[in-house]
Each structure stands twice: as C-alpha cells, then as structure tokens.
Write a protein that binds this ligand. Structure first.
Ligand code: FAD
Length: 514
C-alpha cells in the first residue's frame, strides 16, 4: 500500500520534507498539518506602499505596495550542499528570475560592522585582514595578532570522548581570549542565534572550530588548511545536483560568485511557490489545522489528533515527520515517552524585530553611512547602547531590490533586540527603542522621523542548542524510533539552508526504509 506520511508543521522544514518525500516516493500519501492560517513559519514577507508624508509621525504603512519588508529571515548563503539544495528548490519552484544575488565585492559583502563599547568598527573580511590590520587599543579586535600566534602554539584540548562538548565562549576563551569571545564572537552569535555564547554548544553551532582544533591541532592552522572545506560526501552530492539539470547549473555558477542572495518579492514568495507545487503533486497541505496529540498505535501506525478536544479529528500515518521545534513537540500530549523529552532538550529565545523606513531625502547621507550589511552588537555594548540590542540590518544596502525607482526613495533598516526586554507585541517601547538605536548609532538627527515602523515580537523563534545538544539529539532520535522524524530548526541548525538539508536527509532516510 502507499505509505501514509503526516508532516506536522508547515514551515520551510515541513514543506521541504513533503517535497523531497513526494519526489522520492511518488505514491506516498502526504498530509502537511499547519496550525496557523498560513504556511511558512518564521519566513514571512510583507509588501507595503510608501506612506504619504502628509500625516505626522511614522505609520505602519498599507499592505500590497512595492516595498518588501522581511519579518523573519532575509538572506540566504549559496554555500555548501545545504546552500545548493535551497537554491535548487527555489529554482524548481520557478523563481530563478526573482533571485537577487549580492556580489562578493559589493558593500553588503565587504562592510559588516560590530558595535562594541558604543563604537562601530568594520569587521575584518578574512584572516589576512585581521593579521595585517593595526587595531586601535579600544577595538573589539585589539591585540588579535598575538592571540592568533599564541593560539597556533597551544596544544589541543584532550577530549574524554567525541561527545565532550563545551560552550562557544569556553572554546574561544581557551584558544584565544575571553575578550575575543565577549566581543567579535558574541556579536556573531547575536546575529545568528540571538543567544548567549556562554550557553550555546560549540559542537552544534560552530563544529568547524572543534574539527580544526582536533584534526589540525589549532583553530587557525585548521582554518588555513581547509578544515572548513566541504566533506567528500557533500561534494559528491553537490556535483550530482549540479550535473542533474543545466538550468540549475547556470544559476548555481552565478550564485557561487555571490556572498548572499534574496528574492525580489521576499523570501515568503519561495514558500508560496513551493506550496503551489506541492498541491500540484497532490500533497494535502492543510492550514488552520493544529496538531493537539500524537500517539503511537499498534502495528506501527501513528494517530495524529488535530483540532480541539471536543472537535478533534484523526489523521493516521505510517511515518510521523515532526517539523516543529522541540519545545513545541514537548508540549503535545503523547503516549510516545521519547517525544516528551524533546521539550526539555531545547529552549528557544524571543526576538523583537522592528522594520524601520526613512524617506531618503530627509536624511540624505544616511544611505552612505549605512552602506553595508549591518552592525551586530557585541556583549560589551557600552553605556550608550541599548542593553537589548542585538543588531541593525541595513536592508537597503544589504539586499537591494528589483524596484529601484520606489526603493530609491527610502532607506530601510531592521532592528533586532532581545525579546525578553518587552512585555508584549504592543509594547510601545519596542518601536521607540528601535528608532532610538538607529538614531544613536547612525546619527539620524532629532526631528527626522521614520515614515514607517512595524514592530513584531517573535516568541520562541530561535532554538538554542545548549552544550551537549548533539549527544542529546542522538539519544532523542533513538528513543522516538525509526518512524518518527525530527526535522528542522529545532535539531539540525537554525538557518533556512540547514532546515532544507534536514528535510532532504529525512526524505532519504524514509525512502531508504520503505
Ligand atoms: P518554523 O518556521 O518554526 O515552522 C514550524 C511551523 O509549525 C510553524 O508554521 C508553526 O505554526 C507550526 N506549528 C507549530 N506547532 C504546531 C502544531 N502543534 N501543529 C501544527 N503546526 C504547528 N535563517 C537564515 O537562513 N537566514 C536569515 O537571515 C535568518 N534570519 C532570521 C530572522 C529571524 C527573526 C528568525 C526568527 C529566524 C531567522 N532565520 C534565518 C532562521 C530561519 O528563518 C528559521 O530557523 C526557519 O525558518 C525555521 O523553519 P522551520 O520550518 O524549521 O520552523
């Protein structure tokens, strides 16, 4: 009989899982169950009209205009097998002409800044620029040359076993210095995980550092000798993917000359196109369908309850794909004891995200000051900097769009702050503090107001992989058995590319087992 597969969660991980499973097993009967009225999860883009300037103060703007605002992820990196899988999916969904590549020599790629002790400094673009640049004494990178030299002389940490994990902070402090961990490294961690480097597992978040130290005796030596290079297995898969379709090969060749890319109409357009494709492939994508209970039945089946207790419906499946993070899985009642462990395994942080748009002619030199990807706040922000600030993305320069005439009239930013600093999504201090941060760090004069501000409080949006994540995840996967598949940002990496890869690997495992 055709295998029945239930996918819980219609974020990118769930949708990509459904796509890859259906491609590998065309007879499979797949149902995607998404709680909210829309698919896409954290991938959400809005298009707004340029507000009229007759009113006073900033507006929230009208939907359906030409200005793209991203409420979640905004850029993807065309790097590695996972980068190729995502771009391949975008191409298969028919969006190749909407891909906006950002060249490696563009200001977006070259100008990335760190905010440290109230000062903005340009991040070095590579090891060589670190080694040859003379840093001022107050710099986040002060004294990095001797640190690099000393690191190369230090013996590697003897591991008790291969799961002997530590935090990012501990590895960087041990190999380089606590100062570097608190400055440059904390800023990078704020940018990717919105989290604390003292709590995050280095094995789960920056495995390349562990590999470099353990295989080459030193992080610096390892990086210089290619510890970050793709594994031979990944290389072979990537070559297969590129060779399979000439239209993807051309796109991938262009992409590898770029640092990042985005989509003309926002990343959510990829989700919409993928969903259309799934429907054409006869995958049943159900929105407004919250899963409320997960049970194993006799004879290896699963009973997935959807809807409230009094009006619950059941979906029966042979394989259960949980494309929701651990904290969401752990909350669901279930007779599968392993699943309950998923919640304890992995907490997630809240992030306040504020889109801020200025009219370009009101601050003529703002675009020049913000001509780069953006700034990330280090753990040592300084007394003048908002203690909740994680970073400011200079959207207009980071991801220029294909509507230059309209976008030329505005300068867009996204401010990210720690969500715990705010009481609710309506907290008025959220937009206020975001605008103040831009004003302060990018010298926007008082009296110049943004034309549009939209604030969002994203609860539990970025899972935090604590020390021991890899080991705990292995145990969790063993305890749930071979027919329950944990996919996506809660487990295998938080980037969109990681989620797509996690889905691809899940489909291969399911197809191999059937
Ligand atoms: P989710 O997007 O969380 O999807 C899970 C889905 O499951 C949701 O739609 C939810 O409604 C649904 N669900 C939950 N519980 C149930 C239930 N009981 N029943 C049914 N459905 C349920 N990544 C990048 O690569 N680049 C970036 O620039 C980037 N920036 C980011 C900025 C922000 C602010 C955030 C929050 C994330 C960012 N990320 C970025 C990370 C990336 O966007 C996410 O990790 C990824 O989108 C997660 O996808 P997912 O499908 O695994 O999970």
């Amino acid at each position: 009989a055709a295998p029945r597969i239930a996918v819980v969660g219609g974020g990118i991980s769930g949708l990509a899982s459904a796509y890859y499973i259906k491609t590998a097993l065309p007879r499979a009967k797949i149902t995607v169950l998404e709680a909210s009225p829309r698919v896409g999860g954290w991938i959400r883009s809005t298009k707004v009209a340029l507000p009229s300037r007759t009113g006073s103060g900033a507006s929230k703007g009208q939907d359906d205009g030409p200005i793209v605002l991203e409420e979640g992820p905004r850029t993807l990196r065309p790097v590695g097998l996972q980068g190729a899988l995502t771009l391949d999916l975008i191409q298969r969904a028919g969006l190749q002409n909407e891909v906006i590549m950002i060249a490696k020599d563009s200001p977006s790629a070259r100008n990335r800044f760190v905010l440290h002790n109230d000062r903005i400094e340009k991040m070095p673009s590579g090891l060589m620029s670190v080694l040859f640049k003379t840093w001022q004494s107050s710099s986040a990178l002060h004294g990095i040359v001797p640190l690099v030299m000393r690191e190369m002389m230090r013996p590697p940490r003897p591991l008790t076993d291969k799961d002997d994990d530590e935090s990012i902070y501990d590895l960087v402090s041990r190999r380089f210095s606590p100062d570097l961990a608190d400055t440059l490294v904390s800023a990078m961690v704020h940018g990717i995980y919105a989290g604390n480097p003292r709590q995050l597992s280095v094995q789960a978040t920056f495995p390349v550092l562990v590999r470099a130290e353990q295989q080459y005796g030193s992080v610096v030596r390892g990086m210089m000798r290619g510890a970050g290079a793709m594994s031979p297995e990944d290389r072979a898969e990537l070559d297969k993917l590129v060779a399979a379709r000439p239209e993807f090969r051309d796109l991938w060749q262009r992409a590898t000359k770029s640092s990042i890319y985005t989509l003309q109409n926002g990343l959510e357009s990829a989700v919409a196109a993928l969903t259309k494709q799934l429907e054409a492939m006869e995958v049943d994508v159900r929105t407004g369908t919250p899963v409320t209970r997960l049970d194993a039945k006799p004879y290896g089946e699963f009973d997935i309850q959807v809807g409230a207790e009094d009006a619950a419906e059941s979906v029966v499946a042979d394989h259960l794909v949980c494309a929701i993070p651990g904290h969401a899985v752990g909350r669901l009642p279930s007779n599968l004891p392993g699943l309950r462990g998923a919640g304890e395994h992995e907490p997630a942080v809240n992030v306040a995200l504020v889109n801020v748009v200025f009219a370009r002619d009101t601050v003529p030199d703002l675009a020049v000051r913000s001509n780069g990807f953006g700034m990330l706040a280090s753990a040592r922000r300084g007394p003048q900097t908002d203690p909740a600030l994680l970073g400011i993305i200079y959207d207009s320069a980071a991801t220029p769009r294909a509507h230059p005439a309209v976008e030329a009239e505005v300068v867009k930013f996204t401010v990210m702050m720690q969500g715990d600093a705010f009481s609710s999504a309506q907290d008025p201090s959220m937009p206020e503090r975001a605008v103040t941060a831009i004003r302060r760090h990018l010298d926007v004069p008082t009296g110049v107001e943004p034309v549009l501000v939209r604030a969002h409080l994203h609860n539990a949006c970025i899972p935090q992989y604590g020390v021991g994540h890899v080991q705990k995840l292995r145990a969790l996967r063993e305890s749930v058995g071979p027919k329950v598949h944990l996919v996506g940002c809660g487990y295998d990496g938080v980037g969109v590319n990681d989620c797509v890869r996690s889905a691809w690997e899940t489909a291969r495992r399911i197809a191999a087992g059937i």
